[in-house]
Design a protein around this ligand. Structure first.
Ligand SMILES: Nc1ncnc2c1ncn2[C@@H]1O[C@H](COP(=O)(O)OP(=O)(O)OP(=O)(O)O)[C@@H](O)[C@H]1O
Ligand SMILES: CCCC(=O)O
Length: 361
């Protein structure tokens, strides 16, 4: 059995190949000036196809016949968690960016691009739009503006299942707070297998991150528009891509920022401390949402590779529950394992119908 997994991120495309029990993982970096040439995510399709093709050639997979291709799910309409066969409707909603622009929108279309050449099925798994929020979490405080579920669902669920298993319990038996810290930061309350509350970093909700603003004082933002310094369209881009560490220091790269701090840049040190402070507050809020019944806190994503950040954050939140580290992302493994479950007949792929799903139970 040979399966190809494709996981597009904002500046890289990660690739995985499963072959008879073994997994090979790798990736292609896309320098910001190169990727910045494209006006939209979908315009990158040919460029990313070519990059994956070159990667497969380099690694000696040219003559391979894949049995399935699986991609990271994108911002389609809200759906229940699970594995989805890539169909025409799903491709249309990814192309139309019905729930917003994100590099992940390329996952399903790239998977289909390769699958069609091999005459095999393409799947996506646990897209970021999974909606399992309970009703109270949907309130924002203003009628007509609702909090929406959009988060690093694939990685959060993969590490949560892994930690639950290490605890000797099922994912649906434990309460976990999972914090994915990458370019964006999302923190989810996983209550017995269901993500009942989570911040949507792309929409200006939750802690600030390397490149997202997180929640902002609304009046301050409105004043920026009144003063004419930014249009609403510009502000939407800033909130999702040019906020956080980037806005304070001109870099969304925590490694670079930590270097600046180590060389005595006080602004860099304090900005990182502020990010840690906000993440800790978010974890505290989710602990309250779970009535204090928290079996573990999981720190994951690229930022969790920073020993100093993890140490400072752990000191602030370990009174809540034991802290587990799963640095980096575990998306390729989760994608390949899901496709394998479908091919082995252990799980059925769902049909994407484009109907909006909200778990309001
Ligand atoms: N060893 C490290 N030490 C400190 N920071 C790191 C390290 N490795 C990666 N990072 C930081 O992690 C961030 C990127 O994380 P990651 O690769 O998970 O993000 P992404 O895939 O671009 O976005 P996302 O995870 O939000 O989809 C960057 O700010 C990067 O500097
Ligand atoms: C994956 C959606 C959340 C984010 O990128 O911040």
């Amino acid at each position: 059995m040979i399966i190809l997994a494709i996981d597009p991120g904002s500046t890289s495309t990660k690739v995985g190949v499963y072959q008879d029990g073994r997994t090979q993982k790798g990736g292609i970096e896309h320098p910001r000036p190169e990727i910045g040439r494209f006006a939209s995510v979908m315009e990158q399709f040919d460029y990313r196809m070519q990059a994956v093709r070159q990667y497969l050639q380099r690694e000696g997979y040219t003559a391979c016949r894949f049995d399935a291709v699986v991609g990271r799910g994108g911002l389609v309409r809200p759906v229940p968690g699970g594995i989805y066969r890539v169909n025409d409707l799903l491709v249309r909603d990814l192309r139309d960016a019905v729930s917003g622009e994100h590099a992940a929108n390329l996952g399903g279309v790239l998977a289909l691009g390769f699958a069609e050449r091999h005459g095999v099925p393409a799947f996506v798994v646990d897209p970021p739009v999974i909606d399992e929020m309970w009703p109270l979490a949907r309130f924002s405080g203003l009628e007509g503006v609702e909090r929406k579920s959009m988060f690093h669902a694939l990685n959060q669920k993969a590490v949560a299942r892994d930690v639950a298993q290490k605890m000797g319990r099922g994912y649906d038996e434990v309460n976990l707070i999972v914090v994915h810290m990458g370019s964006g930061i999302t923190a989810g309350a996983h209550r017995k297998g269901r993500v009942v509350d989570v911040n949507n970093g792309l929409n200006g909700d939750g802690p600030f991150s390397p490149e997202r603003s997180g929640g902002l004082p609304v009046i301050g933002v409105l004043e920026l528009i009144e003063q004419g310094s930014h249009t609403p369209e510009e502000l939407k881009v800033i909130v999702a891509r040019k906020g956080g560490l980037f806005s304070y220091l001109g870099s969304p790269d925590l490694r670079e920022v930590e270097q600046m701090a180590a060389q005595g840049d006080v602004r860099a040190r304090v900005a990182v401390e502020a990010m840690i402070y906000q993440v800790a507050k978010e974890i505290g809020a989710l602990a309250a949402a779970l009535d204090g019944e928290v079996d573990g806190i999981i720190l994951t994503g690229g930022v969790a590779f920073s020993a100093s950040l993890v140490e400072q954050l752990t000191r602030k939140v370990r009174f809540i529950a034991p802290v587990h580290l799963r640095p980096g992302e575990h998306e390729i493994e989760a994608l390949l394992a899901a496709a394998l479950r479908v091919l082995n007949g252990e799980e059925q792929a769902k049909e994407y119908t484009g109907e909006r799903h909200e778990d309001r139970g």
